[in-house]
Design a protein around this ligand. Structure first.
Ligand code: PLP
Length: 440
């Protein structure tokens, strides 16, 4: 009892400090000032998160689509402790190196398809995408085509919030927030014809690269139609446009294959990655390029590759990534992603049969979405479903921008069949309760 009281006091104190001193990423600032943070988490264990009051929820989005091996892995903690005690940090700028970054670059090459074997490391996904945009422009420059600068991305895409990444992101809210985005970014719907038309209009000799997530995550778990990426890759090859796959969510097993583009039988020229490489146990991302591109770059670049972050190849983050990737392999977690993904989509299909308002369900591996078709002026229902799910022990994500009304799911790779049944039962009960509440 005394402990519960003490926690209540600490909670109150933290809520006030949070309001006063902390700006939350992608948040409603006014709401936070009024209500304070909705959760103050203190612990993670497997697929569950626990808050300061002792409440426990299933983490059905793996936090930010990233805690793939689940929370509370002591073996990763041990590796981190060992690395921090031995060599917490050193630079990789210029000609400096260290064992963990070298071993991780080799390990990443074992996971990637084709000859995508050479990695530049970053602290996260936004930096990985900015790195890719700068690299492709530099590449065309050293090829004697400095005018090839434009980047084409897809509407509803999310590529992060650094300046280049924001500019590539195809969700308008991220642009209007800052009033100005970088030049030379263009957007297409998921239409091969629209891409062809844009290339014809802008001129292939002005376009450096096309970027896409294999399955759009933050934009609402959107899986492109059969054959789309194969066609796009062909068009890119015909027009000397580099193809960048943003595998920040899909990479390292999320869609049931090592990388998401493998589901579409496409090998990109560049992969950007983050999240799943460390399962969120450390901040790390990267850009992986083909050996061919690498060779052209080092043969033709005069002087330096003028790009690098302090934490490009952080030793502790690299050691953690190595352990995380070992766990995914040793525990055959990608097989579990496939099995539980099939179970998840089968469950979604049943929900679609039950609720007329569900317009579409979809999934690839453990990345899934349920969309609602609502009358035009009706408020989206998915935030209400999220609210109901919270009272039933599950944290879910609603996607409501761009006219969407979607529930997004990306549970940890370790989820069991029984836990998946629990998740589906909670989603079912929460949808029912949300519609009931709306009737009243
Ligand atoms: N790309 C994709 C597909 C993402 O989902 C995200 C983050 O959610 C990013 C890039 C940006 O990554 P970060 O937030 O690590 O900068």
């Amino acid at each position: 009892m005394a402990r519960v009281m003490a926690n209540a006091d600490v909670k109150k104190e933290l809520e006030e400090l949070d309001k006063k001193h902390f700006i939350h990423p992608t948040s409603n600032m006014g709401q936070l000032q009024e209500e304070g943070p909705a959760f103050i988490f203190t612990k993670g264990e497997g697929i569950y998160l626990e808050d300061i009051s002792g409440n426990r929820w299933m983490d059905t989005l793996s936090s930010l689509w990233n805690v793939n091996v689940g929370h509370g892995r002591e073996e990763i903690g041990e590796v981190a402790k060992e690395q921090i005690s031995t060599l917490a940090f050193t630079s990789t700028f210029s000609n400096w190196s260290h064992e963990q970054v070298i071993r991780l670059a080799e390990e990443v090459a074992k996971w990637t398809p084709g000859d995508l074997n050479v990695t530049f490391f970053t602290s996260g996904g936004s930096e990985a995408n900015d790195t890719a945009f700068k690299t492709v422009r530099h590449y065309w420059d050293v090829q004697g085509q400095p005018e090839k600068k434009k980047i084409i991305s897809r509407k509803k895409s999310y590529h992060g919030v650094a300046m280049g990444a924001t500019s590539a992101t195809g969700i308008p809210e991220f642009h209007t927030f800052t009033q100005s985005i970088a030049p030379d970014f263009h957007y297409v719907d998921t239409s091969v014809q629209e891409l062809k038309d844009l290339i014809a209009k802008e001129g292939a000799d002005s376009i450096a690269a096309f970027i896409s997530e294999p399955v759009q995550g933050s934009g609402g778990v959107n899986i492109p139609p059969e054959g789309y990426f194969k066609e796009v890759k062909k068009i890119c090859e015909e027009n000397d446009i580099l193809f960048i796959a943003d595998e920040v969510i899909c990479g390292f097993g999320r869609t049931g294959t090592n990388f998401g583009m493998e589901n579409f039988d496409v090998i990109p020229d560049i992969i950007t990655m983050a999240k799943g490489v460390t399962s969120g146990y450390a901040a790390l991302g990267g850009m992986v390029i083909s050996e061919k591109l690498h060779q052209e770059l080092y043969e033709k670049t005069e002087g330096n590759f003028w790009h690098g972050y302090t934490y490009s190849g952080h030793p502790t983050a690299a050691a953690i990534a190595l352990k995380n990737l070992e766990i995914i392999k040793e525990e055959n977690l990608i097989e579990n992603v496939q099995a539980r993904g099939t179970q998840m989509v089968a469950g979604f299909e049943k929900l679609k049969e039950k609720y007329e308002a569900i317009s579409d369900v979809r999934g690839m591996g453990l990345l899934g979405g349920i969309s609602f078709d609502r009358e035009q002026d009706a408020a989206p229902i998915s935030p209400k479903v999220v609210e109901e799910a919270l009272t039933r022990g599950s944290i879910c994500r609603a996607v409501v921008y761009g006219g969407q009304d979607t529930l997004a799911f990306a549970p940890p790779f370790i989820i069991t069949a029984e836990q998946m049944d629990d998740m589906l039962a909670i989603v079912d009960a929460s949808i029912e309760a949300a519609f009931e509440a709306q009737k009243q």
